[in-house]
Design a protein around this ligand. Structure first.
Ligand code: ATP
Ligand code: HSE
Length: 319
């Protein structure tokens, strides 16, 4: 269940008076998702998605919605936000910020083949390039500073073996983030949460990336590592599948060639991307928000991936 704030057809009718979308026809809550309340809405102009942001403030939202608009205008396949009559992308609904975006066709591909991974890699590189001139700045709010703040909060809940892993990896990642080639890595706005459930496909055709609400400015390589750690693994073991890895990385490289600094940073970055989600899952499990209604994601999945990335040499980033 992921409708935290209910919206009736009457509420929608009132809201749509401010949008160039004609009258409201239907509204249906979307059951997946753990962060926001999402609805499919039907209007006289077509189908859209209405999101009520449960945790993000009015001040935080322009970065995400303007980024989506910037990307959509440059041909990157993402939902396009619909401005209201005064040009606002974020409007109040039941006292919370809300937005309407275009509905992507298709469904998530939860058992991806190399062909899907190649489509994701190419679109990710296009996204990174298209966002280079995006004028707004926001750090990745789930980056090193957040890891530093969160580590002491979750450590008391861990057994000695995992506490040791977390302390050691934080030590390793702090040193990595301070090294020279880390500072030479290309950076800009990144999605930062491009998992299988945040991409739509119709058959083998990618129809869009969505759920940009963890986006921020960070290294492009971090975004690639997050994506590879979800799209290119055997879910049971966390082990990388070489044909899917090759398909994703080669397709990315063909659009935005990787650099030698990125090659040198690849293994630490795969570890960083695993650590990020291990920590957020630990935090959601042990320190749930008051309004949390859902079963949190399993942290041991990313503990396993982190141990695997430490133990096994990373595949070549490019030939
Ligand atoms: N623009 C869109 N077009 C089509 N479907 C969408 C769109 N946005 C969201 N959805 C649907 O709504 C579901 C929930 O959306 P989303 O994943 O953004 O929720 P969330 O609570 O923000 O996410 P998460 O749990 O991933 O943090 C998606 O799985 C997808 O089916
Ligand atoms: N992709 C995240 C959930 C937040 O979007 C996870 O799997 O932990």
């Amino acid at each position: 269940m992921a409708v935290f704030t209910a919206v009736s057809l009457d509420d929608l009718t009132l809201l749509l008076k401010k949008f160039p979308l004609g009258n409201a026809i239907a509204i249906k809550g979307i059951s997946s998702g753990i962060e926001n309340s999402n609805f499919f809405i039907e209007t006289e102009r077509g189908e859209y998605v209405l999101t009520i942001f449960e945790n993000l403030s009015f001040a935080q939202l322009p970065f995400y919605l303007q980024l989506m608009r910037h990307l959509a205008e440059r041909g990157v396949l993402v939902p396009a936000p619909v401005p209201d009559e005064s040009g606002e992308l974020v409007v109040p609904l039941h006292g919370k910020p809300a937005a309407i975006v275009s509905k992507l066709e298709g469904t998530s591909q939860m058992a991806p083949q190399p062909v899907h991974c190649a489509a994701v890699g190419a679109m990710l590189a296009r996204m990174h390039l298209a966002a280079r001139d995006f004028p707004l700045q926001q750090p990745n709010l789930r980056g090193l500073d957040w890891w530093n703040d969160t580590t002491p909060l979750v450590l008391p809940f861990l057994d000695e073996r995992n506490a040791h892993l977390l302390r050691a990896e934080m030590h390793f990642q702090s040193a990595f983030a301070a090294c020279d080639h880390y500072h030479r890595l290309g950076r800009g706005p990144v999605h930062a949460d491009l998992f299988r459930n945040n991409v739509m496909f119709v058959g083998e055709r990618l129809t869009g990336f969505f759920d940009f609400y963890f986006a921020g400015c960070d290294t492009w390589l971090f975004d690639v590592a997050v994506t590879v750690n979800d799209w290119c693994i055997d879910l049971a073991t966390g082990v990388l599948d070489s044909s899917r890895v090759r398909a994703l990385l080669d397709a990315y490289h063909a659009v935005r060639p990787f650099t030698a600094d990125e090659q040198a940073a690849w293994q630490p970055m795969l570890r960083a991307a695993a650590l990020r989600f291990w920590l957020s899952r630990l935090y959601d499990l042990y320190l749930p928000r008051e309004a949390e209604m859902l079963t949190p994601h399993d942290p041991t999945h990313f503990e396993r991936i982190l141990r695997e990335r430490i133990a096994t040499p990373a595949p070549e980033l490019f030939a």
